[in-house]
Design a protein around this ligand. Structure first.
Ligand SMILES: Nc1nc2c(c(=O)[nH]1)N[C@H]1C(S)=C(S)[C@@H](COP(=O)(O)OP(=O)(O)OC[C@H]3O[C@@H](n4cnc5c(N)ncnc54)[C@H](O)[C@@H]3O)O[C@H]1N2
Ligand code: MOO
Length: 418
């Protein structure tokens, strides 16, 4: 049997980072920078006020502890004002937060330490020199690197890009993933079912997982166990115009030993495809490779828990590489949790156990951390899809472990993260 690490490596070898495109900031969330973002100017751009108050010369008001000092108010400086009144000895400018510090002034007195006057102002408390002044360049200098290529763009990164004047960003294209289920028993959810039929849950679950992992899902729904129909669908995608062609075809079902396992039946003999057993539970039967036209394919097993576990273990890293992330292995894997209840595990297979994760106090030292409990007590069946909905993550049990005991510490992979 192939190990999980070997199969992940084979999945990653199918793809390379996607080409770049320019997108407006509004469309940049979840994308990955394809080029560095540098500051077009220093940030802050000029010395400015951190408080609503008065811009003064500190030496003018140094005597305030011995009694109030009165200054003439020269000007009103709201944020956005381009006025440059000279604050000469004996004067002050009323100033609002964010307005540039006027020439001559070196300190800000907050309005609360004054009488709030508009012609003259009485200063009751002297500021220290430089008080409440935000210095030009204290965040970044002109030309400094703000966001390196390979950065995942979330709210803070988009705000930083906007603040240094980037109106749009060079990012990797988002992966297009065609998602299809196979199985003649599958019916769109909500439609009446006759005996033997079930709703197709995988194409919806996997399409949602693709979007959560930063991709665009082209959900086709269920294809019956008919090789000719499946061949037609796959050939259409593989031969599509470059702008419509998926970067990955993700199929579920039809990869094990059944008489009607249509994905395996159609693709097993293709030169670029391989169908293997991976030493994991769930998710043992797996397929991957390329269609004749070069389109990468990952074929995950049909059991719904197996399909989603396989997605997190193999497809998320592959999507991360397509998106341009430097480290394709999801860092969520590095979280750990303490197990509340133990269970026996299958021999020689890495196990992915759906668990709830809560904050708790545990251990001799009473440290606070994550506590994992099986989402389906007593069960780890790959068909328990409603139980999976309670899980926050997958606890990963090494292949050579046969029993997990209470208080064991396990790595956990968060569900629903890209
Ligand atoms: N003789 C053997 N039988 C099986 C083996 C084996 O090694 N030898 N492996 C088992 C394991 S492990 C898994 S996992 C499954 C995987 O089978 P397939 O990928 O071929 O999947 P199907 O047979 O098509 O379906 C399995 C199961 O999942 C249900 N399913 C499939 N697609 C969907 C969908 N879109 N939505 C909801 N449910 C779906 C399907 O109805 C079946 O119940 O094989 C074992 N068998
Ligand atoms: O290993 Mo299969 O993927 O669960 O039940």
């Amino acid at each position: 049997m192939r190990t999980v690490v070997e199969h992940r490596r084979a999945a990653l070898a199918l793809v390379a980072p996607l080409p770049s495109e320019r997108v407006p900031l509004d469309a940049a969330e979840g994308r990955v920078l394809a080029g560095d973002v540098r500051a077009d100017a220093a940030l802050p751009r000029w010395d400015n006020s951190a408080m609503d108050g008065y811009a003064v010369r500190a030496e003018d008001v140094a005597g305030a502890p011995d009694g109030p000092v009165v200054l003439r108010v020269l000007a009103d400086l709201p944020a956005g004002s381009d006025a440059e009144p000279d604050v000469v000895p004996g004067t002050a400018a009323r100033i609002m937060t964010g307005a540039p510090l006027p020439p001559g002034a070196d300190s800000i007195v907050p309005v609360e330490a004054t009488d709030g006057g508009t012609d003259t102002v009485r200063i009751d408390v002297p500021p220290r020199r430089g008080a409440h002044v935000r210095r030009a360049g204290e965040d970044v200098g002109a030309g400094d690197l703000v966001l390196p290529a390979g950065t995942l763009l979330g709210a803070p990164q988009i705000a930083a890009a906007a603040s240094v004047g980037a109106g749009d960003l060079l990012v990797h294209r988002a992966p297009r993933v065609a998602v299809l289920s196979t199985g003649s028993e599958l019916v769109p959810p909500g439609q009446p079912l006759r005996r033997g039929q079930i709703p197709d849950s995988n194409s919806f679950g996997l399409a949602a997982a693709v979007r959560a992992a930063g991709g665009r899902a082209l959900r086709v729904g269920a294809v019956p166990d008919d090789v000719d129909v499946l061949r037609r669908v796959l050939t259409d995608w593989d031969g599509a115009a470059p702008d419509d062609r998926p970067d990955l075809v993700l199929t579920s079902g039809g990869v094990s030993m059944g008489a009607f396992d249509v994905v395996k039946e159609l693709l097993a003999d293709h030169a670029g495809m391989e169908f293997v057993s991976v030493a994991m539970q769930p998710g043992k039967p797996q397929g991957l490779g390329r269609l004749p036209g070069g389109t990468p394919v990952v074929a995950v097993p049909g059991n719904p828990v197996s399909a989603l576990v396989s997605f997190h273990v193999f497809v998320v890293p592959l999507l991360r590489r397509l998106r341009g992330l430097a480290d394709p292995d999801p860092d969520a894997e590095r979280e750990t949790a303490v197990v509340a209840d133990g269970w026996r595990t299958p021999p020689a297979r890495e196990q992915y156990m759906p668990v709830t994760l809560t904050r708790g106090v545990h251990g001799a030292a009473g440290g606070a951390g994550l506590v994992a409990r099986r989402a389906v007590p007593g069960g780890s069946g790959s068909h328990l899809v409603a139980g999976l909905a309670r899980a926050h993550g997958l606890a990963v049990v090494a292949a050579d472990v046969e029993e997990v005991r209470p208080a064991d510490v396990l790595p956990v992979l968060r569900l629903g993260r890209g």
